[in-house]
Ligand binder design. Structure first.
Ligand SMILES: Cc1cc2nc3c(=O)[nH]c(=O)nc-3n(C[C@H](O)[C@H](O)[C@H](O)COP(=O)(O)O)c2cc1C
Length: 354
């Protein structure tokens, strides 16, 4: 009998997330890979997700999948759901993941200002920040609500177990939450409740498009890819207003994106962002951020911290991002003590991992 399973402790035990049974407490974090020509995930993409699902990842969250409006994104190799054979491509992905007992959520994405204004399409933003982008009208909002709902309906048909709405990292929905990019003076800008209003409408539209019992996850962050110090909420009280808008609209799970899971979200408490999300709403939460990036992790306080804080109920799932790129079997290798077979994450190799 080896002592190794103790290394990942309770994280290897089955659980349910908003009613969805999962084989472990590990999720795969959503990661854009640019491997879906014409927006259609290939059989290689299906095999890529399957390799992680058969190696201890309870819930796969796909890379961002563009909702079906030209403003959502321009990159042809980023997957879609509603375009041509994309649904069939995803059906193959979900079948492969299910064949090994995994579960999979589709992440719905609109890039907002981060869509390059090419192909004659301006980037769509809450209030025309940055300049040159198109400040969304109320009619534009309706158009996108329909696009999110359509994508969610296709996700259900394609066999997904859950849907995640990407409202993090400075893309469209996060640009509504962030005062710097949301300068609207109507009911969709200003106070935290008003800034959350359009993202919450998206949650409501997606909730109405998927089965009642299907988990609906909302991913949010303080930081933006272009500004790591940016914040959508200056205090737990402000965060509560934003997250309660999502909860009231039908979110079941909150996925709090941080660059370092162990970083306190607010002064005065060690609680991380996922901890606050759970504390403020009572919903289950997913944490993420620099878990296991190098083998030092196994000898460090970080692993102990992760386990203790999970076991204390601060958060429910742990999403692994970059370390899973080069190590599809990270959980299997760690849980069976084959630490030597794990390779440290290296940014320079990122594009070669699949
Ligand atoms: C190559 C790459 C692509 C990413 N694409 C997405 C994405 O499509 N959607 C998203 O919400 N986050 C995306 N992220 C962020 C990850 O989901 C995750 O939050 C981040 O990598 C931190 O987790 P880690 O330290 O375990 O890697 C991406 C990260 C990487 C490295």
């Amino acid at each position: 009998m080896t002592t190794i399973p103790a290394l990942l402790g309770s994280l290897l035990t089955p659980t349910t997330l908003a009613g969805l049974p999962l084989s472990s407490r590990f999720a795969m974090a959503p990661m854009t890979r640019f491997r879906s020509p014409g927006g259609v995930p290939t059989p290689e993409v299906a095999a890529y997700y399957r390799r992680r699902a058969e190696n201890g990842i309870g819930l796969i969250i796909t890379e961002g999948v563009l909702v079906g409006h030209p403003s959502a994104g321009h990159e042809p190799s980023v997957p879609r759901l509603t375009a041509g054979p994309a649904e069939q491509g995803w059906r193959h992905v979900t079948d492969e993941v299910h064949a090994v007992g995994g579960r999979i959520a589709a992440q719905l994405w609109h890039l907002g200002s981060q869509r390059e204004p090419v192909d004659g399409v301006a980037s769509w933003t809450p209030s025309g920040v940055p300049s040159g982008s198109r400040a969304m009208t109320l009619a534009d909002m309706d158009t996108l609500l329909a696009a999110y709902a359509d994508a969610a309906r296709v996700a259900v048909r394609a066999g997904f177990d859950a849907v995640e709405i990407h409202a993090a990292h400075g893309y469209l929905l996060d640009e509504f939450l962030w005062p710097y990019t949301n300068r609207r003076t109507d009911g969709f800008g200003g106070s935290p409740a008003a800034r959350a209003a359009f993202p919450a409408e998206v949650v409501r539209a997606v909730r109405a498009a998927i089965p009642t019992r299907m988990p609906l996850i909302v991913r949010f962050s303080q930081f933006k890819e272009r500004d790591y110090t940016a914040r959508i909420a200056e205090s737990p009280a402000e965060l509560a207003v934003l997250l309660q808008a999502f909860t009231a609209a039908g979110a079941d799970v909150l996925h709090a994106s941080q660059r370092d899971f162990a970083a306190p979200a607010f002064p005065g408490s060690p609680r991380n962002l996922a901890g606050w999300a759970k504390h403020l709403t009572g919903l289950p939460s997913i944490t993420v951020g620099s878990v296991g990036l190098t083998r030092d992790f196994f000898d460090s306080d970080a692993l102990r911290t992760l386990l203790d804080r999970h076991d204390a109920g601060e958060f429910d799932l742990i999403a692994l991002g970059r370390i899973l790129l080069g190590n599809p079997a990270w959980v299997t290798l760690a849980s069976t003590g084959r630490l030597d077979a794990i390779r440290d994450y290296r940014k320079a190799d990122e594009d070669t991992y699949f």
